[in-house]
Design a protein around this ligand. Sequence first.
Ligand code: CA
Length: 227
Amino acid sequence: MATILIVEDETEMAQGLRDTFEFDGHEIHIASDGQSGLEMALSKSFDLIILDVMLPEKSGFDVCKELRKKGDKTPVIMLTARQQEIDKVRGLEIGADDYITKPFSVRELLARVKAVLRRYPETEAGPIKSAKIGELEIDFENYKAKNATAKVELSYKEFEILKFLYQHKNEVISRDELLNKVWGYEIYPTSRTVDNFIAKIRKKVEKDPASPAHILTIYGIGYKLLE
Ligand code: CA
C-alpha cells in the first residue's frame, strides 16, 4: 500500500501509529525529531508524511514549510494539540494537506489518511488521462467515453472505478481495495455495491457482459482488468 513517514517524538504515540498503519498494510518509517524527520523526508520518497507539530529540534510547521520550499510535494497531515496550532495549519501558509487534533480515534485517522492518499495518483508516470479498454475509449480528464459507434454515458463512480482498475491493470484488485480507494469512508457500501457497479460497467465495456474479456471476476477475491 503506501509508504508513510511518521514524525513524532512521543514514543508511545509513534508506536501506536506504527501498529495501526502496519495493520492496515502500510510501510512505516519513524523519525523522532523535526530535523531528522526533514532529512528523512528529503532523502526518500514517501506517499504521505504524518507530522506532529510539537517536536524537538524543529517544529512540525517548520519541517512542512521547508519541505514545500524545497519543492517536495509529498502530502502532509499535521498532528495538532491546540486551537492555536489548528488555526495555523488552517492558514495554509505552511503547505499541509490536512490536520488532525489529538486525541483522535484510529478510525478518524485512517479515514483522513485514505482521503489524502486518494487525492494523489499512485502511478509514477502521473495521473492517467485516457485509456482504451476493449472498444471503450475513456477520457478521464473530461469524464467522457465512447465506443466505435457512439458516446457512452458513465457515472462519476464508474469513471473512478475504471481509472483505479486501469492504474492497476493485470493485477488482482480485491473488493475491499476498491471500496477503500473509490468510496473511502464517505459512505458504507458493501461488497455487493461493488459487484453492482462492475455489472453496470461491463455492459458498457464488454462485447458480451455475460462472459467478460476485460473485467474479469477473480473468484472469492475481486477483479482484474485486461485492456
Ligand atoms: Ca510531540
